[in-house]
Design a protein around this ligand. Sequence first.
Ligand SMILES: *Cc1c(COP(=O)(O)O)cnc(C)c1O
Length: 458
Amino acid sequence: MELPYTEPYKIKVVEPVRRSSRNEREKWIAEAGYSLFQLRSDQVFIDLLTDSGTGALSHHQWAEMMLGDESYAGSTSYFKLKEVINNWLDMPYFVPTHQGRAAENLLFSALIKEGDLVPGNAHFDTTKGHIEFRRAFAVDCTIDEAGNTTLLHPFKGNIDLNKLETVFKNNPKEKIPLCIITVTCNTSGGQPVSMQNIRDVSALCKQYGIPVFFDAARFSENAYFIKMREEEFAQHRIKDIVREMYSYVDGATMSSKKDAIVNIGGFLACRDKDLFEKISMYCILYEGYLTYGGLAGRDLAAMAQGLKEGMDFDYLESRIGQVAHLGQQLADYGIPCQIPTGGHAVFVDAKKFLQNVPKEQFQAQTLAIELYLEGGVRGVEIGTLLADRDPVTRKNRYPALELLRLAIPRRTYTNNHMDYVAACLANIYEKRDRITKGFRIVKEAPIMRHFTVQLERI
Ligand SMILES: *Cc1c(COP(=O)(O)O)cnc(C)c1O
């Protein structure tokens, strides 16, 4: 028989996590104002809040941390990172940054002005925030199929070329400083972009003279999906797929807390020397000198090593296999989820799950709280709380989807943990008809309310 995938590592250090009682959790979540962000991490048993910066380092990465060179300028750790970015990603210029949004800040400071348009697939929220903060507009050109959670499509992160060309045709070139391809597309659920789509978008951008950049946080996971789902690449190495992906873009912003498997870090890479010089000025202003960019030498070294490990096929197979495993468990229990599962998270459809809770009472947040109470598992609401109020009418915005996101940290939990999470959700699913009441807001911030909102039971 064909042998199953396994984790390409064994575990050398363990961090104990404590199971708690339902009574304890009832008390803790009430004290937290029913906000999962307000919980202390030691009140959580399995933490699926995010896959950002929460992965486990390898012993090679820890060794690199010990070798970290803390020189202000010209650190040897910087040159290790440079080697990977120059040779593996084939990007001639880069600056390190303290995380992904810092890379966005540098790039957009150099390129975006008021009134500009930045098309792409669905922009990540910090990307959109940095665009809108400059009074410019993020234009979502994702294919329509991405909005249908029950439709099987191999590349739901793809950009609709007609939508993109419409933006190019209807606006002067000067108003479109760049196009962004987010790989994988976080906002549409960690869904990949095909190589063919990257090629087509790149060609179209070239035709209209628009630079194209990756928001590259999960580029390795995207490369894995290309290998598995795009026939042309079935026999390619991940490393070669990655190199080809980058060959179609003018640069990339990177949150290394994702596919470079580090706790903190990022970078901004590009091909154009003039642009690099502009970026360098902002880097020194906002982040630090060009060879450390807001990071310690040890962080640069761990990032260089993590980037390489993140492109290992066996690692990616077990990583994405684990996410698919959780998705399959939930599907087997009949729990409505987005399909196909993406690279880093499983999204549970709370609108279908908790049909007796009115949308005004925050279905996805209610499900997230139920899951915490059931087993100490922390997910995150991607629904009405996150969608916030309309800035003009101040009315709640009700998005098309109410989702509970379960993001899986890299190399951190076992499939037993995943089975436990699935069993918790199955128990809730069994009693779903009896869950009829949600929550009301007691206190909220004027923007980005989901981080600090305080709720009470109805
Ligand atoms: C996380 C993320 C960012 C922002 O990166 P930070 O390191 O959190 O600042 C940008 N884009 C995407 C797609 C991300 O997932």
